[in-house]
Design a protein around this ligand. Structure first.
Ligand SMILES: Nc1nc2c(ncn2[C@@H]2O[C@H](COP(=O)(O)OP(=O)(O)O)[C@@H](O)[C@H]2O)c(=O)[nH]1
Ligand SMILES: [Mg+2]
Ligand SMILES: [Zn+2]
Length: 354
């Protein structure tokens, strides 16, 4: 299998993945998943787009956009799934006990937020915790800048909470009315995979179209009846840019249910963590204890109440998710255990009967 092709590098193949490619069968090819529909996927190989069947054993856990797979080209089917370098996750809709992977092998996230009614620093903090947990870089793009007043103040407000070291840029743009329209492309270098996150209407699809230089994603409010072959963002898709970068547009997520497995919260709130570690008691609840560095910082304004509240809120949410998850595991464990007991009792009865 030829794996040193520059075409694969342009599709985002890193050494992390090429190391996993040892199959030397000639009909096998590495491919980047661009779209998944249950048993069928679309992908890009070094020689172009392909469609392939997903055998049942590779459907759970499901493949996602951005995955690297090995395809049997003759049989047009997936034979192997490569280990993921990064995963963007959220709690599945309607439940907070299931982790849903949104996209795999993402290098960077564009957090897209409109400088209109969409603008909320607290939501940015939520996205930053998610990105820090996934260990991906972040570019904060504040869209619709041309028609917005107090742009500078809003950029400054974002800068203040963007303490996560993975944040590489914060910028106000307007690709419709010409404010820094060249800026987004600078952050999608060849071989880099960028996922766009943000509320519905924030301007994600507008950015995708702008970067593509043509209208591929339907923007604004398109009823399905008006959709004439253009893509409304109802499913997730990975799009290769002519310049070599890769984009994942996302259907608008009304409220991003946090899923934190790692240290994302601490990394996104390093400033709060630093104050907390200076408290006199290591288990300080920041609730009137002597020597509380958080309260001192709140008192003299080094830490804002809003930010501290936001941190507590996200922490409560992550803990509640973890608790529900544990309860679910506990229930499953008990169910399996009582099944085991019943089976043992049946076996004993049979033995006695014989
Ligand atoms: N003036 C202006 N309008 C924008 C900008 N970005 C998006 N829009 C408009 O906002 C609406 C929603 O944009 P869309 O890209 O569909 O948002 P999405 O839901 O995040 O994909 C559309 O009517 C766009 O034309 C921008 O930077 N400036
Ligand atoms: Mg869209
Ligand atoms: Zn304290």
């Amino acid at each position: 299998m030829n794996t040193d092709s520059s075409a694969l590098t342009a599709l985002g193949l890193s050494s992390f993945h090429s190391r996993q490619l040892d199959d030397d069968t000639s009909n096998l090819v590495p491919a980047r998943v661009t779209r998944v529909d249950h048993a069928r996927l679309e992908a890009l190989t070094a020689s172009g787009p392909v469609v392939a069947h997903i055998p049942r054993r590779h459907r759970t856990p499901p493949l996602v956009v951005g995955d690297w797979v090995v395809l049997d080209e003759d049989a047009a089917q997936v034979v192997r799934v490569l280990e993921r370098r990064t995963t963007l996750c959220r709690a599945a809709a309607g439940t907070s006990t299931e982790r849903q992977v949104i996209a795999a092998n993402i290098d960077r996230v564009f957090v897209v937020m409109g400088l209109d009614g969409d603008f909320k620093v607290r939501r940015l903090e939520r996205y930053l915790a998610l990105c820090a947990d996934a260990d991906v870089e972040v570019v904060v793009l504040l869209t619709k800048a041309a028609a917005s007043s107090d742009v500078e103040a809003k950029v400054a407000a974002c800068r203040e909470v963007a303490t996560y070291e993975g944040v590489v840029a914060i910028a106000a743009v307007d690709v419709v009315d010409g404010v820094a329209p060249e800026l987004p492309a600078r952050h999608v270098e060849a071989g880099t995979t960028v996922a766009l996150l943000g509320s519905s209407g924030a301007g994600k699809s507008t950015l995708v179209n702008h970067l593509l230089g043509r209208s591929r994603m339907a923007t604004g409010h398109v009823r399905s009846g008006d959709d004439r072959g253009r893509h409304t963002t109802t499913h997730r898709e990975l799009i290769a840019l002519p310049g070599g970068g890769l984009l994942v547009d996302n259907p608008g997520m009304r409220e991003l249910a946090l899923w934190l497995d790692g240290d994302g919260l601490d990394r996104a709130f390093g400033d709060v963590e630093a104050f907390a570690s200076a408290c006199h008691f290591s288990d300080c609840q920041h609730d009137g204890e002597p020597g509380c560095a958080i309260e001192a910082a709140l008192d003299d304004g080094r830490l804002s109440y809003a930010r501290f509240e936001s941190y507590l809120q996200l922490q409560r949410e992550a803990e509640a998710n973890a608790r529900r998850r544990n309860q679910k595991q506990q229930r499953e464990h008990e169910r399996n255990f009582s099944k085991h007991i019943r089976a043992t009792q049946r076996a004993q009865r049979r033995r006695k009967g014989n």
